[in-house]
Write a protein that binds this ligand. Structure first.
Ligand SMILES: Cc1cc2nc3c(=O)[nH]c(=O)nc-3n(C[C@H](O)[C@H](O)[C@H](O)COP(=O)(O)O)c2cc1C
Length: 186
């Protein structure tokens, strides 16, 4: 697959089944991540892989986080939250392990991690692995960061759900890219 074709045609895959990526495929994706633009070559990104029972554990962590904030949350809502990490066989948690004292602003460290995630998304697409980038309130929750082994200053940039596409793959929406181009008067 050529790069332009991958860039133009990648879509998110929300419905994912097994198997998840194997070790060789993971390595290809992480190698792609390493080529993200990275101000100061800080390598701010970390990728925590969760598979099998570890996804159940993440669901429990989500529930604990919600109960800290809203102790009266009903069982249905908790069950829904608990099951979220089960939507794919593999989750890569992409975290910017930020250095607030570095001359490179934290925002740029987070952007670099986002660029690394996009490289993973594209590599997954090229390998026919389905991928969906998700965040939500749990990505910002200090209890979740702490349970995953990160500090409150660090940023969970995404939960990258990976697996085998299940169901129809959506079409790339029609849009005019030039709509987003601005130019100054001559
Ligand atoms: C930082 C970030 C966080 C996102 N979080 C969510 C999310 O929590 N839930 C969701 O449905 N989509 C989320 N998305 C959007 C999807 O991953 C996806 O990009 C969007 O649905 C458009 O689909 P496409 O990638 O096929 O164009 C997020 C995207 C980004 C960049």
């Amino acid at each position: 697959m050529d790069v332009i074709s991958a860039l133009h045609n990648r879509v998110s895959i929300a419905v994912l089944g097994g198997p998840g990526p194997d070790q060789a495929q993971l390595e290809v994706m992480l190698r792609a991540a390493m080529r993200a633009p990275d101000h100061g070559v800080l390598r701010p990104w970390r990728f925590l892989i969760l598979e099998g029972q570890q996804r159940q554990w993440l669901g429990d962590v989500f529930v604990e986080a919600r109960l800290q904030d809203e102790p009266d949350t009903d069982e249905d809502a908790l069950a829904k939250l608990r099951s979220k990490p089960l939507r794919a066989p593999t989750i890569l948690v992409a975290v910017a392990e930020t250095d607030p004292d570095n001359r490179v602003p934290v925002l740029e460290q987070i952007i670099a991690t986002g660029a690394a995630v996009q490289n993973i998304m594209l590599a997954a697409h090229a390998l026919d692995i389905g991928a969906m980038w998700r965040t939500g309130g749990m990505a910002r929750h200090p209890h979740v960061k702490n349970a995953l082994g990160f500090a409150a200053k660090d940023e969970i940039v995404g939960f990258i759900y990976l697996g085998t596409p299940a169901g129809a793959i959506k079409r790339v929406p029609e849009d005019d890219p030039l709509r987003y181009l601005r130019s100054l008067p001559e």
